[in-house]
Ligand binder design. Structure first.
Ligand code: FES
Ligand SMILES: [Fe+2]
Length: 392
């Protein structure tokens, strides 16, 4: 397969080394040449039940996904005066950006009888929305602004019937929402360093070139694992992108339960970093993050992938994939290149990583292996699991 990413050269600001945070630069400077990389043998295991059991799923829901704010979309999806519905956590939600730029989230349920107000998942650029059932109208700030045949209601106070608001915040270009209204949002698991890194990568100011939802028959951690290890890359991706990446451990940093990995592309040697200060740093290195608890960010040369892995059951996950580009394609050529990049990356993640997750889940559901085993090229999985397990 040709490397379409290599030919995507829109005339724009590329990310240079100097654009990155000091912490990112420090990490990159630790990446050795592949021949100098050291793999330390490692052996750790996890029981089958963490990927298959209802008890573990329920505990994760209670202690993590319905306790702490969770990522629901990317900031770049919503320009001022727009709104989108999101059901990916199995919870009807609306996320809007008001005209003054503030992000808001609501339960997608009408205050008359609970009907969903927006049923599709398209982004709507509009200041108000109308319930399909009896046509109550709400502003995208959640206020109830119109009740049809309002004279027929006795004692209806519109100011008391606005949409139910959920706590929401943007964090490095990712929109987080607290789903559980009984618990005040605790933002302490989100890392300021990760937000600063994401800002340096331009995630918040990017353009959403494409987004796609995958409904996978796999546990969310089975879906996550390939984004925490390089062991599979030259093997699972042998026919696509495998030969572009080193078969070596990543440089890793943890910020609370958040993980940042950087790795050299094939042929990378540290001297390359300082050859051309104007060079696109992502020609040399790849960033991969798991932001708490389930947000994966992977850089490519000319675009960035954001994936939200939303658990729906012990062996079911909804993945929302976003391909972010620094700006919309300015020419037909750039559009063609973005389109081919999008096709390539959906093929790699969807057709290879997600497929691996689904076929692994089938074995796990059959009880095999009784425990998964992790080697010295997979240590980041265990680091991340330990951080998650500390919250369970
Ligand atoms: S349920 Fe929304 S207007 Fe009746
Ligand atoms: Fe992969």
């Amino acid at each position: 397969m040709s490397d379409v990413a290599e030919v995507a050269r829109p005339a724009r600001k590329l990310t240079t080394l100097a654009d990155l945070t000091p912490s990112q630069i420090e990490a990159i400077r630790k990446i050795p040449a592949e021949k100098d990389a050291v793999v330390v043998p490692f052996g750790s295991t996890r029981p089958n039940a963490i990927f298959t059991g209802q008890a573990r799923y329920d505990r994760e829901q209670e202690r993590i996904f319905r306790r702490y704010p969770v990522p629901v979309t990317v900031s770049a999806l919503l320009e001022p005066g727009s709104i989108v519905a999101n059901d990916s956590y199995g919870f009807p939600m609306l996320v809007s950006r008001t005209r003054d730029g503030t992000i808001k989230a609501f339960v997608n349920a009408c205050q008359h009888k609970g009907s969903k107000i927006i049923e599709d998942c398209a982004v709507h650029k509009q200041g108000r929305m109308t319930c399909p059932y009896h046509a109550w109208t709400y502003g995208i700030d959640g206020k109830l602004i119109g009740v049809s045949r309002s004279e027929a209601f006795q004692g209806l106070d519109k100011s008391q019937r606005g949409l139910i608001e959920l706590e929401a915040r943007e964090w490095g270009g990712i929109v987080y929402v607290q789903l559980n209204r009984d618990i005040p949002a605790d933002w302490s698991n989100l890392s300021q360093q990760v937000a600063d890194d994401f800002d340096a990568l331009g995630i918040g100011s990017a353009h959403v070139y494409g987004r796609k939802t995958f409904d996978l028959n796999a546990n969310w951690k089975v879906v996550l694992e390939p984004f925490l290890e390089g062991y599979h890359v030259q093997r699972l991706h042998a026919a696509s992108i495998g030969d572009r990446f080193q078969d070596a451990p990543n440089i890793v940093d943890m910020f609370g339960p958040n993980i940042r990995q950087v790795s050299g592309r094939i042929g990378y040697v540290p001297e390359m970093l300082d050859e051309d200060p104007a060079a696109n740093v992502h020609k040399l290195v790849t960033h991969a993050y798991t932001a708490f608890p389930n947000c994966v960010v992977v850089t490519s040369q000319y675009y960035t992938s954001v994936m939200l892995l939303m658990p729906r059951g012990p062996d079911r996950t909804t993945v929302e994939y976003f391909m972010l580009t620094p700006e919309a394609a300015a020419t037909p050529k750039a559009e063609e290149v973005f389109a081919r990049s999008y096709e390539l990356i959906l093929g790699v993640f969807g057709g290879e990583d997600f497929r691996a997750a689904e076929i692994s889940q089938q074995g796990l559901n059959a009880g095999v292996p009784q425990e998964t085993i992790y080697c010295g090229l997979e240590t980041n999985i265990i680091r991340y699991y330990e951080a998650i397990e500390a919250l369970l």
